[in-house]
Each structure stands twice: as structure tokens, then as C-alpha cells.
Design a protein around this ligand. Structure first.
Ligand code: SF4
Length: 596
């Protein structure tokens, strides 16, 4: 799509922003970077960002969009506004383009991925003026699972905003004043058009947050602030975040004082009084927490827009009243070992499970159990190695009606104290999502002080490898995932005890592998200790030399099983040598079933 059209007298009209400049041949429009080259308008800054940075997304500022993630931020020279207080005037009011290095859209996306960013932000100067570059980057970004963010003065053309739908995921838009004269005189803009644009962003379901730079004696009267807050709450939504930003003297506006914390607080109170749920005070080193819109519980804790502090929580559901925070959050526990530990193709996984089933049926394996299963122990290597052992034990659960499966496994990638319960909404598997039982997850997090939600540890294969089996065997059940770090087994057993005592609808899965990388003879000797301990439910036996990465979980299960007088049955044991034929470096796998 082109953003220009023919005009009178051989001119071309640029349709990127609301200025709709009529541009003569070889001239540029108001921004200085879009030029009539004869048959088209060329965006001169295409491929030439003046700034590239990796920022926290909070710095945009966006507080309700993928919190605590990094965003690759790019800006060029040029702007369609002439704000005398511009804090980025070094690039925005510059029109000289440095063409030393060309960055293709592919280069930008590659940089974002390399820096572990979850989004690309078009920011620093007004992105609308380089939208032809943005749209090419944004399409590629989407294909690579990245989100796109616009940080803008809101003066886009209707054509550009309409084009953004489905491509741009979030925007922070300046609402610099509620005075039409101010917009005209100080900025070279148009308040009415901005208001229309904000409504259009909202209508097109692009997540927006609003920023107002509070400038002493210019736009800080109570009446004006009240009008802005009222417009946001009534014409956009009470759930639209409003960022009040403190002014500091800059560019041509050096004659005014900084905004005081007191005047920010006055503006904050006005926003709250007008019904806004989320009002923030930026550029002032204040704590800016996101609170539950219903019960005021802190969802997200921030000291400044740049800082993440230790106790920050960013689940999607309030841990007290179960309300949701408005915004765009990472809501799925994504797969981290698909295509390595197991196939990302559902069809391939089904074929593999079927293959395991055929082998089992052809053996003399007996499915009968003299007790009702309440928990299993299952291995977590690549399916090619331990999938048969896992499939055999899950195959014993066909008549079990559990509405929630509690999966407990050790962390292999992160060192941390205690345990983390996953607070995302969905758990991705190649055969579709499993709903996370957030009520139960919340309950665990609130009840046990050794359980928190630490999002980054939920890229764990010990638990993730159970999910395809759970999806296959319990297609209608929910899941709760606990990943543990440095913790005693007695703490984990408190959670298991409670399930055995009170919750017949919850089934427990403990994930572990056995000894690692010994010769087959030594591995078998060590693993036999573990097998005996599981079979007899005896922790003392386990302590006689059994080695297992998931030892805490297994010991917790044995501890609880003893308390409730459970029975145990070993289902399968084998080692990686069965597949690799390498007897020198062996990993052991066991599956077992426990019940009453
Ligand atoms: S982007 Fe806006 S200011 Fe620049 S040429 Fe186009 S219409 Fe004019």
C-alpha cells in the first residue's frame, strides 16, 4: 500500500499524517523526510534509524503491555510537530540523515530477536513519518512472534491508523493538552483530529495508554487536567492507563521550572476522581504500582518505569479477588522444548503414542491395579528415550476422572529458592492448549509462603514433557505446574498432603529422571535403590544412594503416600542405552503409580 496520492498542479499528497502535505517535485513535506521524487513520495529515512536501543517496555511508557519484557526501540530523524519542549529534539528536529549504515527490516527483526526482545517499538521521534519502513518491519516482526509498538503524538492519518489494525499491537499516545489553541500554537497540531484518532485506535482494538507531559503554567490547570481525564474515561475507557509525566526544561523551553511531585499528585487525584483505574506519575522516581481495579491489591510493583523490584508479580489474575488486570499480558505458558524433547506436530506425537501402545500391547504387561491411582511418577527426557516409560504409566489412568492435574518437577535451568507456580492462563501443547486452573494456582500461591510465581522458570522441560501426555489422556482437565528450586521435600509434601486429604478432583504427577551419565552397570545399581524405595515407599532406602534430578518431588510423594497409607506399583524402568546402545553414558527412567 502506498501512502500518497496525486494532487493539483503535478503535486503529490502525502497521506501519512493529518497534515496531508501537498508536495511539489523534489520537495519534502513538513516533517522534512518524505519527498516527492516524481512518480512517488519517497520516505528518505527508510532503512536509516538514527537511534536503536534495547529498552524495558515500561520506558515507552507502557505499563499494561507485556510487563517486564524488553523492546527494541528505533527512531529516525524528523517530526511532523514542532514542540518547543521536545525532549528528543536532537533527532526529531533534525533533518540530516546519516546514511552510513542501512538497516533492512530483516536486520531490525534479527536485532530484536538477538536481544531477546518481545516487541519492536517505533519511538523517539514521530513514527508516523517513517511508517513505510515500519510496516515492512512490523509484518516481519509478526511472522517472528514479535509485537509492534507505536509511541506517537497521535497525528496519524486515518489511512495509517486503519492500516495499523492487526499489525501494531500497542501504542502510547501523547495527549499534550486539552486546549485547541495550545495544540495549534505550540505544537503545530490539531486537538480535534487527535481526539478522533484516539477513538479510532480504541475502535480498532489497539491497546493504548495515554501520556500527558505536565508543564508548569502551561497545561497544568485543574480544569484542563480534569477535561483530559474526563475525555479518557468517557470517550476511551476508565481502564485506559494515563501517564502523567514530569517536565524538565529542554530545547527551546528553558524558562520554566520542573514539574513538582505535588502538582503530579494533584493531577493523579484528578484522574482517579474522574474514574480512571490506572494513573501513573512518571519521570519523578516514584513507586508506580498497578493495582487491582476491584480490591486495590498490587498486581505489578515498580519503583520507576525502568526498575523491576524483587516482589513484582505479574500474573493475569488478582491473587486476592481473582479479578483481571486490564491490558495485554503474556497469557500462555509457551513450549520451550518442542522440536527438541518432543515433536511440535500433534500428528507426530499421536503416532508416537500409538507406537508405544502397540509395543506395550504386544508385551505381557498387565494393566490391572489393586488400588485407585492418585499419583504417578513419570520421566522427562526426550520422548524417544523416556516416552515409552511415561506413556505406559499414563496409559494406566484411562478411567481416572480428574479435573485438574498437578505437575511437580525440578528446575534444570534456574537456581532459585523454593518453588514457583505457573500463573499464565493457558498451557501450550502441540495438540492445543490446556487451561491452567488459576483458582487452584492462586490458592497455592497464597497459602504457601514458599510458593511464588517466577515466570522465567516456567521454561522447564521436566514439567513441560508431561503436558502432551496430559492433553492426550485428560483432554478436558486443567493443569497446574509447580517448578521447584532449592527446597525441602517436606514443604512440597504439604501441597501433596492437602490434595490427598481434600481434593479428589486433583491428580498428582511427579516428574523425575534417575541417575545420569554412568556406565550401564553402575546406573542400574544406583537406580535399583530408587526403584526399591518407590516400590516400598521408603525414604530411608531412597537415602541409601539413589540419584535423581527430581528427588525432592519423589521424596515428597513418598512422604505423603506413607501418611495416607498408599500403595505403590512400578510400571516401567529402562535406560537411554536401550535407544542409544551406548552403555558408557546412561540415564535411567522410571514410571510408577501410587494410590489407595
Ligand atoms: S508525514 Fe506528515 S508532515 Fe511528513 S510529508 Fe507526510 S503529511 Fe507531511
Amino acid at each position: 500500500m502506498n501512502f500518497y496520492k496525486p494532487s493539483k498542479n503535478d503535486k503529490l499528497t502525502c497521506t501519512l499524517c493529518q497534515h496531508y502535505c501537498d508536495i511539489s517535485l523534489n520537495k519534502t513535506g513538513i516533517c522534512g523526510v518524505n519527498k516527492n521524487t516524481g512518480d512517488k513520495i519517497e520516505c528518505l529515512v527508510y532503512g536509516y534509524p538514527a537511534v536503536i536501543n534495547v529498552d524495558p517496555v515500561e520506558k515507552k511508557p507502557l505499563y499494561h503491555f507485556l510487563p517486564n519484557t524488553k523492546t527494541l526501540s528505533i527512531g529516525t530523524v524528523g517530526c511532523n510537530f514542532k514542540c518547543s519542549f521536545c525532549q528528543n529534539h536532537g533527532i526529531s528536529q533534525e533533518q540530516k540523515i546519516n546514511k552510513d549504515k542501512y538497516y533492512s527490516p530483516e536486520d531490525i527483526v534479527r536485532l530484536a530477536l538477538k536481544n531477546n526482545c518481545e516487541s519492536i517499538s517505533y519511538t523517539y521521534n514521530e513514527p508516523t513519518i517513517f511508517y513505510p519502513y515500519i510496516k515492512d518491519i512490523a509484518v516481519l516482526a509478526k511472522k517472528n512472534g514479535l509485537k509492534n509498538i507505536f509511541v506517537s503524538n497521535g497525528f496519524e492519518s486515518t489511512e495509517v491508523i486503519t492500516h495499523m489494525a492487526g499489525l501494531i499491537d500497542a501504542a502510547n499516545i501523547d495527549l499534550k493538552s486539552f486546549d485547541s489553541e495550545y495544540y495549534k500554537k505550540h505544537l503545530g497540531g490539531d486537538l480535534d483530529k487527535l481526539k478522533q484518532n484516539l477513538k479510532l485506535f480504541k475502535k480498532l482494538k489497539i491497546w493504548i495508554e495515554i501520556t500527558t507531559l505536565i508543564i508548569p503554567n502551561l497545561n497544568d490547570s485543574n480544569e484542563e487536567l480534569k477535561n483530559i481525564a474526563k475525555f479518557i474515561s468517557t470517550e476511551l475507557s476508565v481502564t485506559t492507563p494515563w501517564h502523567l509525566s514530569a517536565f524538565h526544561p529542554d530545547y527551546k523551553m528553558l524558562d520554566r521550572p520542573r514539574t513538582t511531585t505535588d502538582s503530579l499528585k494533584v493531577a493523579y487525584d484528578i484522574g482517579i476522581k474522574e474514574g480512571l483505574k490506572y494513573v501513573y506519575m512518571g519521570n519523578a522516581s516514584l513507586e508506580n504500582n498497578s493495582k487491582c481495579p476491584k480490591c486495590n491489591n498490587i498486581f505489578l510493583q515498580r519503583i520507576t518505569y525502568k526498575t523491576t523490584i524483587e516482589k513484582r508479580k505479574y500474573g493475569v489474575q488478582c491473587s486476592i479477588c481473582n479479578s483481571k488486570l486490564d491490558g495485554v499480558f503474556k497469557t500462555a505458558r509457551t513450549m520451550s522444548v518442542a522440536n527438541t524433547f518432543y515433536s511440535s506436530s500433534c500428528e507426530d506425537i499421536k503416532k508416537q503414542f500409538n507406537h508405544f501402545k502397540i509395543i506395550l500391547n504386544e508385551s505381557n504387561f498387565k494393566k490391572e491395579l489393586p488400588f485407585i491411582p492418585k499419583a504417578i511418577i513419570s520421566p522427562h527426557a526426550g520422548f524417544i528415550y523416556s516416552g515409552f516409560t511415561a506413556n505406559a504409566v499414563y496409559g494406566m489412568l484411562e478411567n481416572i476422572k480428574a479435573s485438574t492435574i498437578l505437575v511437580i518437577g525440578p528446575s534444570h535451568k534456574h537456581n532459585f529458592k523454593n518453588a514457583s507456580v505457573s500463573m499464565f492462563e493457558d498451557y501450550n501443547t502441540p495438540c492445543g492448549n490446556i487451561k491452567i486452573d488459576l483458582n487452584y494456582a492462586n490458592y497455592i500461591k497464597n497459602k504457601y509462603d514458599f510458593v511464588d510465581f517466577i515466570p522465567e522458570v516456567h521454561n522447564e522441560h521436566s514439567t513441560e514433557t508431561q503436558a502432551p501426555f496430559i492433553k492426550a489422556k485428560f483432554p478436558n482437565s486443567k493443569i497446574v505446574e509447580i517448578v521447584y528450586g532449592d527446597i525441602s521435600y517436606k514443604k512440597i509434601s504439604l501441597i501433596i498432603d492437602e490434595v490427598f486429604e481434600k481434593y479428589s478432583h486433583i491428580f498428582v504427577v511427579i516428574s523425575t529422571d534417575l541417575s545420569h551419565f554412568y556406565s550401564k552397570d553402575k546406573a542400574t545399581n544406583l537406580d535399583n535403590i530408587c526403584l526399591k524405595a518407590i516400590d516400598t515407599l521408603d525414604i530411608n532406602t531412597w537415602n541409601k544412594g539413589c540419584e535423581a534430578c527430581g528427588r525432592v518431588g519423589v521424596k515428597a510423594l513418598i512422604h505423603s503416600a506413607n501418611k495416607y497409607k498408599f500403595n505403590s506399583k512400578l510400571i516401567d524402568y529402562r535406560t537411554s542405552a536401550d535407544i542409544t546402545k551406548d552403555d558408557k553414558n546412561v540415564v535411567g527412567y522410571v514410571s510408577a503409580i501410587l494410590g489407595i
